[in-house]
Design a protein around this ligand. Structure first.
Ligand SMILES: [Zn+2]
Length: 243
């Protein structure tokens, strides 16, 4: 589904990833769950492109439901996989994250089961390591389609980053800011639930990194696109607080 000229949202429920097209070059922002491979192949074909046109996979962080097809894309197409330096070890070693909330506290929520089973079915219960990654740091602009600039906003993971396509006024927020809570089902701008965060207070503080970022369209890892700008999204996420 095209969300903006040359930006396609890929989803089979629960998690989103995005394909960016520029001058015949393709960039994948996040890589979904392992079982999303066929969706990626189909989307590239529907665009009249070949998998070999995929230049890079740029990860907002190294969680299992965002890194899923990255290693397969790398070995199949030669695309380089990029991740923030602080998430590089998680990406290459597949070390499961230590989170600060107990997933147990969400067991009464229907959404918890919807998310868990949907992701398990697509093989996202563990991280599939990427053998070789390139790393970026805060503030770095990458010479990739869309010229994404990294905005480091740790808390969900230590290397979580949002990615700004400055020329298009589009911000890919990864799990720095979601518009649907994958464990409670609550809709609206918010940080991720504590059960999935490394450090929830830090994730809330990190919203400050988005304060000065101008974008009209926000594309989150979980939930629908947000069209009312960064400032309003951040305001609402702060008001929503932890979950
Ligand atoms: Zn995540």
């Amino acid at each position: 589904m095209q969300v903006e000229e040359g930006i396609h949202r890929l989803t089979q429920g629960v998690v989103n990833f995005y394909l960016i097209e520029e001058g015949g070059r393709l960039l994948l922002v996040d890589a979904g769950a392992p079982g999303d491979w066929d969706l990626l192949v189909r989307t590239v074909a529907d665009l009249g492109r070949r998998l070999d046109d995929l230049e890079a996979v740029l990860l907002t962080h190294a969680h299992a439901d965002h890194i899923g097809t990255a290693e397969r894309a790398r070995t199949t197409t030669g695309a380089r996989v990029w991740v923030h330096q602080a998430d590089a070890a998680m990406a290459t070693e597949g070390t499961p994250p230590k989170n600060d909330g107990k997933v147990r506290s969400y067991l009464l929520r229907t959404e918890f089961y919807r998310t868990t089973f949907s992701l398990m079915r697509r093989g996202a219960s563990r991280i599939i390591p990427v053998k070789e990654v390139a790393t970026f740091a805060d503030g770095e602009t990458l010479d990739l389609p869309g010229r994404p600039r990294a905005v480091h906003a740790p808390g969900h993971t230590v290397g979580s980053a949002a990615l700004l396509l400055e020329g298009r006024r589009v911000l890919l927020t990864g799990d720095v800011l979601a518009t649907r809570n994958p464990l409670t089902g609550r809709v609206g701008p918010q940080i991720m639930p504590s059960g999935l965060n490394r450090d929830t207070p830090q994730a809330l503080r990190s919203l400050a990194a988005l304060d000065g970022v101008t974008a009209d369209l926000l594309l989150p890892g979980h939930g629908e696109p947000w069209t009312e700008g960064t400032a309003e999204a951040v305001r609402l996420a702060r008001a929503a607080g932890p979950s």
